[in-house]
Design a protein around this ligand. Structure first.
Ligand code: PEP
Ligand code: MN
Length: 344
């Protein structure tokens, strides 16, 4: 339920309503605005009705939140949320590029790749230290050693960092060494993990599950926000369909739909979305065009040597060329992007 207060309502009126909501065992939300204060009350609708806020002299009107997801919904918060990943703001009128290798393989590999993607316009360095591999015989990542490499490289090159967290036991290490958590497609419905990252204020990029519906994705995001962490970004990374020509089917409907329904930033991953190097560029441009707030792209200093996802990794030259090609798309979408401004 959303409670819209009259313009004459004071801060004391808002506080009185908020404590009534809390005392009734519901979750209160305080959203002071320029013209009027909006209060959210989440929980059992019957209890809410028993509080009779419709009779409160300072309440203008009550509005039910119809969607299953509440806190991530634009019904509760109509404006775009901007999340700070280290020094990189994500969302609003900015366009953000996150890039780097699929996996952190060595200090030299990450450093060289980081310098190259930064020079082309990326501000957030990606790279997995804990890799969720389909086969138990594939490279599983460097673990905490990889996190330390990422911290060092991020500092040396001047980039914010993001890496996947697979296990709640690694929470402190991942939060200490990097700027943001990535929750991978295979863990989108790992509710223990969602609640654990929800206990922190560390930014989270939540990737869509391989066969998750948009509603399931938004409800997974709701878990994190409802636990207490509002710093959530959604990632469309392709879903499994009957199509086998590409690794996944990048669902750009989801991007436009989520932007309409939710205030959270949406990032498109054309690398996992296609699994095909030559398709990363076209789908990156399509991602910008349909309203994404940023892209996460896999790039490797030498794609042929990449220990994972080699077929979709862009070489530094390919990545740099793509960034140049993206500039007019970013401008046309009305977004600002550091490098785009330099180039204009
Ligand atoms: C990754 O980003 O390298 C990754 C494993 O992604 P996803 O969880 O989307 O498969
Ligand atoms: Mn990958």
């Amino acid at each position: 339920m959303i409670i819209i207060l009259k313009p004459t309502a004071t801060e004391a009126d808002a506080q009185e309503i908020l404590s009534q909501i809390e005392e009734a065992g519901l979750k209160p939300l305080h959203m002071p605005g320029v013209e009027r204060t909006v209060i959210g009350a989440l929980g059992d609708e019957r209890i809410l009705q028993s509080l009779h806020f419709d009779n409160h002299p300072q309440v203008e009107h009550l509005k039910p939140v119809l969607s299953k997801y509440k806190l991530v919904s634009r019904e509760i918060y109509p404006h775009d949320t901007v999340i700070d990943v280290g020094n990189t703001p994500v969302g609003g009128d900015r366009f953000t590029i996150m890039a780097g290798p699929c996996a952190i393989e060595s200090y030299e590999q990450l450093l060289e790749t980081a310098k190259q993607v930064k020079a082309s316009g990326a501000t957030v360095l990606r790279g997995g230290a804990f890799k969720p591999r389909t086969s138990p015989y594939s490279f599983q990542g460097l673990g905490v050693e990889g996190l330390k490499i990422m911290e060092q490289v991020g500092k040396e090159v001047g980039m914010d960092t993001i890496t996947e967290i697979m296990d709640v036991n690694d929470l402190d290490d991942v939060a200490r060494y990097t700027s943001a958590f990535q929750i991978g497609a295979r863990n989108m419905q790992n509710y223990t993990l969602l609640k654990a990252v929800g206990e922190t204020k560390h930014p989270v990029l939540l990737k869509r599950g391989l066969s998750a519906t948009i509603e399931e994705l938004l409800l997974a995001a709701e878990y994190i926000v409802a636990t207490g962490n509002p710093n959530v970004m959604i990632c469309e990374r392709g879903i499994r369909t009957f199509e086998t020509a590409t690794r996944n089917t990048l669902d750009l409907n989801a991007v436009a739909f989520i932007k309409e329904k939710s205030h959270l930033p949406v990032i498109v991953d054309p690398s996992h979305g296609t699994g095909v190097r030559t398709l990363v560029g076209p789908m990156a441009k399509a991602g910008v065009a349909c309203g994404a707030d940023g892209l996460i792209i896999e790039s490797h200093r030498n794609p042929r040597e990449s220990v994972s996802d080699a077929a979709q990794a862009l070489s530094p030259d390919d990545f740099s060329q793509l960034m140049q090609q993206l500039i007019p798309f970013i401008k046309a979408s009305g977004r600002t992007y550091q490098e785009a401004l330099h180039a204009s």
